[in-house]
Design a protein. Structure first.
Length: 204
């Protein structure tokens, strides 16, 4: 294996240097165009870091669920999930976060790097309520870097093409995976059969 161990060796492989379009797009705030991308997105991956290591967690909701409060501030409600709170535990101890927004049908992705805090302010939580159900916390992100990503990864992957969709029946189910790692103590067919109804009642 030819391991790359220095920046000089890395940079020698990646020539020519980035063109202007790859660098001038980086801002320290959310521009009106960048806000339009966030407001169109129903999905974002949230990356955090903490004493136990890294975490990257999916977040999804109705388009525009990440609120652009002002050009330097984003707010992300924490909807119901599995209560592992991996990302939230990290933020409490290390505020550094990264966000990657996806927009169905678009090759453009959008990235934000910054620092976050968690808020449990009742008025703020109520402002994010869906069907009368507020989130338990809101992640408030102070933007340090914001920029759109080139579409090559989406084009190469064919992510939004119908012919790229995988038949769920070809994949292991959650119940099967749980049963395999717990010697059948958790999961199984009953888990899979009851999940749709359970999820429908606990989306928010």
């Amino acid at each position: 294996m030819h391991e790359i161990t220095t920046l000089e060796a890395l940079e020698a492989l990646y020539q020519p240097v980035p063109v202007a379009a790859s660098t001038v797009k980086v801002t320290d705030h959310i521009t009106p165009h960048y806000a339009a991308l966030i407001q169109a997105s129903p999905f974002v991956a949230l990356a955090t870091v903490g004493p136990e290591g890294l975490d990257c967690s999916p977040r999804g909701d109705l388009p525009g669920f990440v609120r652009v409060t002002d050009p330097r501030t984003l707010m992300l409600p924490d909807r119901r999930g599995n209560n592992r709170t991996d990302s939230l535990r990290n933020i409490v101890r290390d505020p550094r976060v990264a966000l990657l927004f996806l927009i169905p049908g678009s090759g453009t992705t959008f990235r934000v790097n910054g620092r976050a805090v968690l808020s449990a302010d009742p008025t703020l939580l109520d402002s994010f309520a869906v069907d009368g159900k507020p989130p338990r916390t809101v992640t408030v992100v102070t933007v340090e870097e914001a920029y759109f990503q080139c579409a090559r990864a989406i084009v190469r992957s064919g992510l939004w093409k119908v012919e790229s969709q995988v038949d769920p029946k070809a994949l292991p189910t959650a119940g099967a995976m749980l049963a395999a790692v717990t010697a059948g103590e958790v999961g199984g067919e009953t888990y899979d059969q009851t999940w749709p109804e359970r999820a429908a009642k606990t989306l928010w």
